[in-house]
Design a protein around this ligand. Structure first.
Ligand SMILES: [Zn+2]
Length: 283
């Protein structure tokens, strides 16, 4: 199964954000006061060439995010905690066309969570079925959603995604999941922590699992270390999620692909599995 990485620009966050520590969140004020930034990190989205149609996982960021007034003005995170660089030709729509695809080829657009760097490209899929978790949608709506750092004001008018509740039983180490495809080879699993309703996409490609992790962790090494990020509202759940993923990759060769890991694209190209990394690093 061919899977494409699509990079929709870059994002930098405060140096302390990717590795926030363990089960308790540190002070956000201290995180924002730090003058150091990460290097520009990729903002990745994914396109799976499936026999039932293309599956897009996350839509990346929009170039509008670089214009004044795009972010909620009173939300401190946008003023103090994040910088983004996206050109119009880097948005997912033009990039899909460059790969030879059109939005009509897309059967499902799955959103791991509704932060703008994952949902900013929704406007490129006006007629497609958008799928996310019920909790991901509800936590991002309205004023409460804005306070949590989502930008529902930029969703397409009348945005009504298909909401999943993970009612198709266990998958691997996950007690609940939703099967997306008829073939039963693409699974949506709840990976809460970074946000309450966060989901990840597990693609079975023969023996190998390709795990599109969203922001379950910022890098593979932070997943292996079981470290939650520095802005997660539910850090204890994040650590639980990462433990579950660690157990999954111990069971089965898994290519682990977070949305902002600078190594995700090369790992996908090489189909480099995380279990191999665990083995090699312990030698
Ligand atoms: Zn996020």
């Amino acid at each position: 199964m061919t899977i494409h990485a699509i990079q929709t620009g870059t994002v930098a966050v405060k140096a302390g954000q990717p590795d926030g520590g363990g089960r308790r969140r540190r002070s956000l004020a201290r995180l924002f006061a730090d003058r150091r930034w990460t290097e520009p990190l990729p903002i990745l989205a994914w396109v799976i060439e499936h026999s039932e149609g293309l599956i897009v996982v996350d839509t990346g960021e929009t170039a509008r995010a670089t214009e004044p007034g795009y972010f909620t003005a009173w939300q401190p995170y946008f003023r103090l905690g994040v910088r983004e660089w996206v050109r119009p030709d880097e948005e997912i729509g033009p990039q899909l066309r460059r790969l030879g695809f059109s939005p009509e080829d897309v059967r499902w657009v799955v959103i791991t969570h509704l932060h703008t760097d994952h949902a900013g490209g929704l406007a490129h899929f006006p007629d497609n079925e958008i799928v996310t978790s019920r909790r991901a949608f509800h936590e991002a709506r309205g004023l409460a959603g804005k306070m949590r750092g989502f930008l529902p004001q930029h969703w397409p008018a009348g945005f009504v995604p298909t909401l999943v509740d993970f009612e198709d039983g266990a998958f691997g180490t996950f007690p609940t999941s939703t099967r997306l495809t008829e073939a039963g080879d693409v699974h949506l699993v709840p990976t809460p922590g970074h946000t309450g309703g966060h989901l990840s996409v597990a693609v079975e490609d023969g023996e190998t699992l390709v795990f599109l992790a969203g922001d379950a962790s910022y890098t593979q090494s932070l997943m292996l270390a079981g470290r939650s990020d520095g802005v997660a509202p539910h850090p204890a759940q994040a650590v639980e999620t990462l433990t579950r993923i660690q157990r999954l990759i111990a069971e089965r060769p898994t290519v682990y692909l977070p949305s902002h890991d600078p190594q995700s694209t090369t790992r996908l190209a090489a189909r480099e599995t995380a279990s191999a990394t665990v083995g090699s690093s312990s030698v």
